[in-house]
Every structure is written in structure tokens, then in C-alpha cells.
Design a protein around this ligand. Structure first.
Ligand SMILES: Cc1ncc(COP(=O)(O)O)c(C=O)c1O
Length: 422
């Protein structure tokens, strides 16, 4: 029976029995973590042989003749550009290979726009208040970058097809709105892939700011969980019709293909943006880790190699998603106390509870030994105005821990729902 249809006295006795169950679990003094989107150990082991590809100096020389042990080749070895060109479906000349973190590339790009300007425009910092659109719920570390630079964040709600484009169209009429963070495939945390219409409408945007830039964070471009994956329209193809290529800068990495913090990151962008970014990078570094670029190319070979490898990841993590989704379906759905989207890929399940209840669930879980992503973190400034959203990250815990974790989560969701109805 739905909780909202229950009588007060029934809710009171339900509260007592849930509370008893909760006390028992608390006494077990568990220590469980569903907070961060990290691969589990079994996933990391899949790429162990990436570390074994060199067995002598000769093997450090790329097919293109570059000795990857030495300085130089600022924008990445051609073989690695080719690999990302296949994955992102962008010509190799429009790719720059970075270090181990795409977030780092995003930070540096925004820093460049703030300090030096982009596309020949004045630095953002000299143009007065700088605003960014943030699709919510969204990725806390994007918000962290904006906050670091004092960029004002304006929330736009996600829909099942991507962000609310009509709202975005209105907001970009303001020339102080300089950009937007988008995670277009298997968004963090909703797991939503932008529909073709959404991608087209974003490509067709006519921002007042000529130095408007979309951080097109395609972190989960090959991170499918099923054999019927979502398809994301190629943003640069969509832009061709509107001549809007300069507004988009795409980022990705192998953090969740090989190793977080020890993989390869990449930027895909228009000729103009690539030229601006390379100019900045030439003052910033003599070159990134080409040995790691070559290791990745030698091991994965091409986009098909990456896709085959991602199927191994899916075989490990799809059952973890199932553990969470099955529990939500059987324990929560019949009670009408929460909503979520079943993602086809990515790293998260986004749970929406009744208004004003998410923090309470977070507290209850914490006291029972289960750490969740800080409630509120999926919104700018860490404030979820409706206190509804909780990001669940199922990949890191073992299957057994995950089962216990989601049992606690469901119990806490029930307690909080009963409390808010009484
Ligand atoms: C949407 C999104 N972008 C970027 C990152 C971080 O990527 P990287 O490890 O390449 O810095 C993450 C990690 O969780 C993410 O979810």
C-alpha cells in the first residue's frame, strides 16, 4: 500500500517496526560506502596489462617514430589522437590529448577563459559578473570549478531528454552567461542521454556572448551497461548546420576505461578553439605523458578494442546496478515514496524522494554506517532547494556490501517517508 494512503495509526505502528529494524542494523556497526563513482578493484584489474606493454627502449617508440620517453609533442602522439578521433567521431586534427584527468582540462580551459579570454574576446574576469548554466541535478566537481572562479551558477532542471532547452534559450540572451556544463551521455547523476532534439537545439543556440562556451563533458561516451546502449548525436555534426562549432568544447578520458588518475584525457574542439588551447598549453607544459598515451594505444588498439573492453566492465557493474534497481523496485516502488530513472550506462542512479526528505535519509544512513554522496552535492553551492535528490554510486562496493548498503538505504528512505507523513 502507498504510504500516502495509510491511516495515521498504521503509520505510527509502521514507524515503530521500522525503527526496531533500524536499531538492529545500527548495532551491527557496519561501514559501507555508496558515495563516489569509482571503479571497483575487479574493474581496475581488467586493465592491468596496460602496465606491461613496454619491455625495452625500442618499444617506447611509436609507429609514427616518436620516442615517447622524451620531451615534446605537446598535443599528443598521432596514434592516440586517432584513437580518440574514432571514439568521439571527430577528425584527429581537432583532438588534443591531455594528462590523466579531463576535469583538469576543464579547469584549465575555464581558467584560460577567465584570465586570457577566448576567441579574441576580453578575459571573462574583465567583463563583470560571469554566469554559468548548471543542469541539475549535476556533477558536483563542475560546480566546484565554477565556485573556485567566483562564477555565478544558474540552475536549469534536467528532463528525461536532457536539460530544459527552452530555459537555456532564454538565459543565453544575457551576455554575462558565458557557458554551460553538459554531461550529454549517461549524465551524472541521472544517467540521461540527451535526445537528438536536445542536441540540435543546443547546437542552434544563439548566445548573446560571442565567447560563450559549452563544456561538453562526454565522460561516459563508451560506458554502456546494456546491449542496447543509448546513442548520442555528434555535437560537432549538429553544429555544422548552424556554424556554432566554436561554442562547444568536448572533454573525455579513460578514467573509467583504464585507471582513474592514471589514464588519458582528451579535448575535441573546433579549429579556432584548438588553436587557442594549444597556444595556452605551449606556455603551460612541454608535453603530457606520452608513454601512457602509447601504452593505451598499444593495449586497446582502436575504438573497437575499447568497446570490447567496456563490455568486460559492463559484465562486472551491470549486476551491481541490478542489485540497487531490483531493491528499489521491490522495496520502494510499491510504497510511492521515491522516483528514479533506470540508466543504460554511466556510473550512477539518481534517487528523488519526497520534497524535504533527502537530508534526513542521508543522516539516517550515516548513523547506520552507510556513507552516501553528500546530500545536496548534486546542486550548485551544495544546496538542493527541494532537498529531494540523492546520488547512488553502485560500482565500488562488493556485491555483498552493496546488497547490505541498499537494504539500509531502503529502510532509511521508508523511515524518512513515514516521518514526513506523520
Ligand atoms: C561527468 C564527469 N566528468 C568528469 C569526471 C572526472 O573525469 P577525470 O577522471 O577524467 O578527471 C567524472 C568523474 O566522476 C564525471 O562523472
Amino acid at each position: 500500500m502507498k504510504y500516502t494512503e495509510m491511516k495515521k495509526e498504521d503509520l505510527l505502528s509502521l514507524k515503530n517496526s521500522l525503527q526496531n529494524e533500524y536499531e538492529k542494523i545500527k548495532n551491527l556497526k557496519l561501514s559501507l560506502d555508496m558515495s563516489r563513482g569509482k571503479p571497483g578493484r575487479e574493474q581496475l584489474d581488467l586493465s592491468y596489462d596496460v602496465l606491461k606493454v613496454f619491455n625495452g627502449g625500442e618499444t617506447c617508440i611509436s609507429d609514427s617514430g616518436i620516442d615517447c620517453r622524451n620531451y615534446g609533442v605537446l598535443d599528443g602522439i598521432p596514434e592516440c589522437k586517432q584513437l580518440f578521433s574514432e571514439i568521439l567521431e571527430v577528425p584527429p586534427e581537432n583532438i588534443i590529448i591531455g594528462g590523466s584527468s579531463s576535469l583538469n582540462l576543464m579547469f584549465d580551459f575555464i581558467c584560460q577563459c577567465m584570465v586570457s579570454g577566448i576567441g579574441g574576446c576580453a578575459p571573462w574576469k574583465d567583463q563583470g559578473n560571469v554566469k554559468f548554466i548548471c543542469n541539475v541535478p549535476g556533477y558536483d566537481r563542475h560546480f566546484g570549478i565554477a565556485e573556485y572562479f567566483g562564477i555565478e551558477m544558474i540552475s536549469v532542471p534536467m528532463t528525461p531528454n536532457g536539460p530544459d532547452v527552452e530555459k537555456i534559450k532564454e538565459l543565453v540572451k544575457d551576455s554575462s552567461v558565458k557557458g554551460i556544463f553538459c554531461v550529454p551521455k549517461y549524465s551524472n547523476p541521472d544517467g540521461v542521454t540527451y535526445s537528438d532534439d536536445t542536441v540540435e537545439s543546443l547546437a542552434a543556440l544563439k548566445p548573446a556572448a560571442k565567447d560563450f562556451r559549452v563544456i561538453w563533458d562526454n565522460a561516459y561516451c563508451v560506458h554502456d551497461l546494456t546491449d542496447t546502449p543509448d546513442r548520442l548525436m555528434n555535437i560537432f555534426e549538429a553544429c555544422k548546420k548552424y556554424g556554432s562549432e566554436d561554442y562547444f568544447v568536448e572533454f573525455t578520458s579513460t578514467s573509467k576505461i583504464s585507471f582513474p588518475g592514471a589514464g588519458i584525457s582528451a579535448i575535441a574542439a573546433s579549429n579556432n578553439n584548438i588553436a587557442d588551447i594549444k597556444k595556452r598549453m605551449s606556455s603551460q607544459t612541454i608535453g603530457f605523458d606520452k608513454l601512457n598515451q602509447l601504452r593505451h594505444v598499444r593495449y586497446y588498439k582502436n575504438a573497437d578494442g575499447i568497446r570490447a573492453h567496456m563490455k568486460k566492465h559492463a559484465a562486472i557493474i551491470a549486476p551491481k546496478f541490478r542489485i540497487v534497481l531490483d531493491a528499489l523496485e521491490s522495496e520502494i516502488a510499491p510504497l510511492g515514496i521515491g522516483e528514479w530513472i533506470k540508466p543504460n550506462g554511466g556510473y550512477f542512479i539518481s534517487y528523488n524522494t519526497a520534497v524535504g526528505s533527502a537530508k534526513r535519509i542521508g543522516e539516517l544512513c550515516k548513523d547506520a554506517g552507510l556513507v552516501l554522496t553528500t546530500v545536496g552535492a548534486t546542486y550548485p553551492y551544495g544546496i538542493d532547494p527541494q532537498d529531494r535528490n540523492i546520488r547512488i554510486a553502485p560500482t565500488f562496493p562488493s556485491d555483498d556490501d552493496l546488497k547490505k548498503a541498499v537494504e539500509i538505504f531502503c529502510l532509511c528512505a521508508k523511515i524518512s517517508a513515514v516521518e514526513s507523513l506523520l
